[in-house]
Design a protein around this ligand. Structure first.
Ligand SMILES: [Zn+2]
Ligand SMILES: [Zn+2]
Length: 278
């Protein structure tokens, strides 16, 4: 059994990932409209009915913009902690009650054949989580909105084979840029976002042979470029004398167009044909 893993969008204009194993798929975050998800999946020949859940990291709009459409029109259940549900559910947010699924922190649960664990990260929302997913032969960690890497998050990051990690801003561009001071302070704080150097230094300190693919995610449109983010990592590695082995690679996820991260399933089977087969 193989895996398909796509980033549909990664950045402040919307975050959404698709992870499928040829039979079922899940989404991680719903920061783009249900229509955009459907359009992308159609292109990839994946029926919307294959998606049996969407995992939500926190209540910021770039992570939940499509949540009402996915749960309402498409009846896809959504999974996050009770505290995050508390911050999402307002009288204006219409989420069908049977699509609201509460998950614990740091306790594995199973969905679509994946073992999934949510872990807390430091960010300026009532609660924010990252996900560690055991999928077929890969351990995937997705951690995209955090001001610093705490001890707990570090454990999940270090145990990944495939890592999606935030590299939001170049420090110089942010400090010298046009953002108002309060926003700069917020982004730079321990509850804001990870800058290129924070991510690069952590990776240079913790890279290991099991970590084969690093995807830099949630890049700022105004305060970063893919080239600068990559360069910062390469410089940090160079400084520590680290060279990547032939199986390791680092890439940058597109901000508002899909990125193919991994695709080893030739064709995703429609749910219907799976039922027919049985
Ligand atoms: Zn956020
Ligand atoms: Zn975000």
């Amino acid at each position: 059994m193989g895996l398909n893993f796509y980033s549909l969008s990664s950045g402040s204009s919307g975050n959404c990932y698709y992870l499928g194993n040829g039979f079922h798929g899940i989404l991680i975050d719903a920061g783009i409209s249900a229509g955009s998800v459907r359009k992308f999946l159609k292109k990839m020949d994946i029926p919307m009915q294959n998606i049996i859940g969407v995992l939500i990291t926190h209540n910021h709009i770039d992570h939940i913009k499509g949540l009402e459409g996915l749960t309402g029109k498409n009846s896809i259940p959504a999974f996050t902690t009770g505290k995050i549900w508390g911050s999402i559910l307002t009288p204006k947010k219409k989420i069908p009650i049977d699509c609201i699924r509460e998950i614990p922190l740091q306790q594995k649960f199973h969905l679509a054949g994946f073992g999934i664990e949510a872990f807390p990260v430091s960010h300026d929302a009532p609660e924010t989580i990252g996900f560690h997913i055991c999928a077929v032969d890969k351990k995937i960690t997705i951690v995209t909105d955090l001001g610093h890497i705490c001890k707990t998050a570090a454990v999940y990051i270090k145990s990944a084979n495939l890592l999606v990690i935030e590299s939001n801003y170049d420090e110089r561009m942010l400090v010298n840029g046009k953002y108002p001071n309060f926003l700069k302070t917020r982004i730079l704080s321990d509850h804001g976002h990870l800058g290129n150097h924070q991510t690069a230094d952590f990776l240079a300190e913790n890279i290991n042979d099991n970590l084969s693919h690093i995807c830099l995610a949630h890049l700022s449109r105004n305060n970063n470029t893919p080239e600068i983010a990559l360069q910062t990592i390469h410089q940090a590695f160079l400084k520590k004398g680290i060279t990547l082995n032939g199986h390791q690679r680092i890439s940058v996820l597109n901000r508002s167009t899909p990125t193919n991260i991994l695709s080893s399933v030739e064709k995703e089977y429609p749910l219907q044909s799976e039922l027919d087969f049985h």
